[in-house]
Design a protein around this ligand. Structure first.
Ligand code: C5P
Length: 239
């Protein structure tokens, strides 16, 4: 799978997003639209960013009864995004329903990923609050395998877990990893972070980067630095 850098568009409104995207004159970065922007602006923001030529990861992390997720995915499949996701905790049956709903009549569909365990969930909370007695690596491995059994294309996980997912599910199973920081930048509220270069060496296919790019003095340079550190000499500018 092609390596790429996905910019997390964590902005509260369309105005801020366009001011940010307008800075990019030579590249069309792959972008992630999350709950904040989607709930603020609705599906129109997705259509507009797509029309500008960006690839889109719609990060809505669906988790509900299978029938509801199937119907919601049928609606999302019309938005022509490149990637969407669900929580693996919703069960294999729910993930299968998501895949069904997402698949268009002609058989095409966006990539579908599963969130294993959120990087904000600690092993202690998992045990005490969620009553999951297994270790974090065992849980992530099992959830990734469930998602693979359901027919999904890969998972969203910590860059620290990408290698174990590849090991359990094979090299073609996609790993998309947030929690990325430059060696010299602040970690913000992310507790377990990795540099772009280490993420690549650790098995991440796609990295999701928010604040190190969106809050940089010069976001275009920060994006280019990120691509260079992550992709290296493979290609100079992502398409
Ligand atoms: O600003 P920062 O680089 O921390 O942004 C990371 C992005 O990835 C945010 O949009 C956040 O919601 C998302 N994310 C994450 N950890 C996860 C899943 C998604 O940080 N486990």
């Amino acid at each position: 799978m092609n390596h790429d850098v996905i910019i997390a568009l964590d902005f509260p409104s369309a105005r801020e997003v366009y001011a940010f995207l307008d800075r990019f004159r030579e590249e069309k970065p792959f972008v992630k639209i999350g709950m904040e922007l989607f709930y603020a602006e609705g599906p129109q923001i997705v259509r507009e960013i797509k029309a500008r030529g960006h690839k889109i990861f719609l990060d809505l992390k669906l988790h509900d009864i299978p029938n509801t997720v199937r119907s919601a995915m049928r609606v999302l499949s019309r938005l022509d995004v490149d990637m969407v996701n669900v929580h693996a905790a919703g069960t294999i049956e729910m993930m299968r329903a998501a895949l069904e709903g997402l698949t268009r009549e002609d058989g095409s569909r966006p990539m579908l990923l599963a969130v294993t365990q959120l990087t904000s969930t600690s092993e202690e909370r998992m045990r005490k609050e969620l009553l999951i007695a297994s270790s974090m690596p065992d849980t992530v491995r099992a959830y990734a395998q469930n998602a693979k059994d359901a027919g999904l294309d890969g998972v969203v996980c910590s860059p620290l877990e990408a290698a174990l997912v590849k090991d359990a599910c094979g090299p073609d199973y996609a790993t998309v990893t947030p929690g990325i920081r430059f060696a010299d930048s602040a970690s913000d509220d992310q507790s377990r972070v990795m540099t772009p270069e280490k993420a690549r060496l650790g098995g991440s296919d796609l990295i999701v980067v928010g604040r190190p790019i969106t809050r940089a003095q010069d976001p275009v340079s920060a994006y280019r630095r990120c691509v260079k550190e992550f992709i290296g000499g493979e290609k100079d500018v992502v398409d």
